[in-house]
Design a protein around this ligand. Structure first.
Ligand code: PLP
Length: 512
């Protein structure tokens, strides 16, 4: 990104009269981001320059309320500028990824800073070499759907230190890192137990096996989901019973589940699809009344909560994937289950370790699905910032809602009842001419994805079920016209604005 696009100077309305100067700052119209933090610098020593850092994600607005200072900005491609901050009627907006220094700060200077995110030391780049190295230089004209390299770079140096720690420890499967992550993940979700496993699919399969689900049993699943949810049920020999989602939330709910229950139903396997929490309480009630189990597929819902209960503590057990693209992603395949029930936790741990508690003593026919120490260490390094990452995603989703809300022909996801309900794993819009929109965005260097192009009931793998796609009109239409726009903990508001502008252009061209 060019230096000129990374900062801007905005004139504030300054009212000067004999009584003094009054400068209002309208947060909604003059500051181009949601302010989450305010600080000021005062009583500075003119001999000591300040700043000497860049932010990875935070946007800032700076006003020199009194006195003066020399603000120097530098971008990664080496472009530099110096702004004399001596006018309270001027506000400088500084985008992430810009190195800033403040020199010659006068003794009477008061510098007010408005920031888009709460304080987070991991968001700072404090040495110039890391700053220069961290991201590719030059002009960025493209927006990737999800840049995993950039996501993980935001956790340096902690992430590399975690990997190094494991390499030097000699413990590569299970061990202290895994135990610590299990404890911390259970606490984060608000569940009593967590057990690390190999991936999200295994997590679901192992819980189903621990509960004794098998041939002759039925498991309710969403018709609209990633196929792993269905595969876990088939892996234990049970039969999937797909139900339609609520078209507003994309999630299944108690009213859509109830008519599908039979006396063979053993489990309701609900998915917190796209990052939106299930409306769990009525589902749990329904399951408890019928003596059936409620298993959450939390692969996309890390950290979301509804009515104060986090994903992972809503059902009788929950399964998580920490695949690298997930909101909390490992450095390869990884997963976990959470539950309040010690017997379920113990059984999953046993089944995932060859059915063995004591080495070479096998109580049951288990399999090998364990969490590797390297992934546990990486997850431990990343977990402390999962909530601030979700907060950032909410800001970006809010920006999409605000900028795209009035476009006819583009259907946005329904706003959640409370912000915590959604962690925006994906931001899924719907559009009749999906291919046209996707191609247009691709030409502008904007990458989008489709979650998912083929519904599980339309997959060859499920041909043997003989399901009639006509029974799933809502899921079919979602699969036919959904498009996932770029969103992540490291996308900037500027990038989202770029996507929004390109989408507006597409619809303007269509109407012209
Ligand atoms: C809803 C859902 N469930 C389960 C999974 C499976 O997780 P894993 O890839 O770790 O097996 C995924 C992964 O993409 C998913 O999105």
């Amino acid at each position: 990104m060019k230096l000129e696009t990374q900062h801007q100077v905005i004139a504030l309305p300054k009212r000067a009269d004999p009584r003094g100067i009054l400068v209002p700052i309208e947060l909604t119209s003059q500051v181009p981001f949601t302010v989450q933090r305010v600080y000021f610098i005062t009583k500075a020593d003119p001999a000591l320059p300040r700043g000497f850092h860049a932010h990875r994600r935070t946007r800032e607005a700076m006003v020199c309320v009194s006195g003066s200072c020399d603000l120097r900005l530098r971008s990664r491609d080496g472009a530099q500028t110096s702004i004399e901050m001596d006018d309270p009627g001027r506000m400088v907006i500084i985008e992430p990824g810009l190195w800033r220094e403040m020199h010659n700060i006068t003794e009477d200077a008061v510098i007010l800073v408005l920031a888009s995110l709460p304080y987070d030391e991991g968001d700072y780049i404090r040495d110039q070499t890391s700053f220069d190295m961290e991201q590719p230089k030059g002009v960025v004209t493209a927006v990737s759907s999800l840049d995993l390299k950039r996501e993980n770079a935001a956790f340096e140096p902690a992430l590399s230190a975690a990997v190094q720690r494991v390499v030097e420890s000699g413990w590569y499967v299970g061990g202290p890192e895994v135990k610590e992550f299990e404890e911390r993940w259970a606490a984060f979700c608000g569940a009593r137990h967590a057990v690390g496993v190999g991936n999200g699919l295994d997590a679901m399969e192992l819980v189903l096996r621990a509960w004794g689900v098998g041939p002759g049993d039925e498991v309710i699943v969403p018709a609209n989901t990633y196929i792993a949810t269905w595969l876990a049920v088939d892996a234990v020999g049970a039969r999937v019973v797909p139900v339609e989602p609520d078209p507003a939330t994309f999630n299944i709910s108690a009213p859509t589940i109830e008519p599908a229950l039979t006396n063979r139903t053993k489990v309701v396997l609900g998915v917190h699809l796209y990052g939106r929490s299930l409306d769990h309480a009525p589902i749990r009630r329904l399951c408890d009344e019928r003596g059936i189990k409620f298993l959450e597929d939390g692969a996309q819902g890390h950290g979301a909560s509804k009515d104060g209960v986090r994903v992972g503590a809503q059902g009788h057990a929950a399964a998580f994937s920490f695949y690298p693209t997930k909101n909390l992603g490992a450095l390869g395949d990884a997963g976990a289950i959470t539950t309040d029930d010690p017997a379920t936790a113990e059984s999953v741990a046993l089944l995932g370790n060859y059915g063995s508690k004591v080495k070479y003593v096998n109580d049951v026919k288990g399999r090998n699905s364990r969490l590797d120490a390297i992934h546990a260490a990486a997850l431990l390094a990343k977990l402390p910032r999962l909530d601030s990452g979700s907060e950032h995603r909410r800001i970006l989703a809010g920006r999409y809602q605000q900028k795209l809300g009035k476009i006819e022909g583009l259907e946005l996801p329904a706003a959640p009842l409370s912000a915590e309900e959604h962690v925006w794993h994906t931001y899924v819009v719907r559009c009749a001419d999906r291919l046209g929109l996707q191609t247009h965005l691709q030409r502008q260097g904007i990458q989008t994805l489709i979650h998912y192009p083929i519904a599980p009931f339309d997959q060859q793998a499920y041909a043997d079920y003989g399901l009639d796609p006509a029974n799933f009109p809502i899921s079919r239409s979602i699969h036919k016209n959904c498009l996932s726009l770029p969103i992540s903990a490291t996308h900037t508001e500027l990038e989202i604005d770029h996507v929004c502008d390109a989408i507006s252009d597409f619809f303007a061209q269509e109407q012209a």
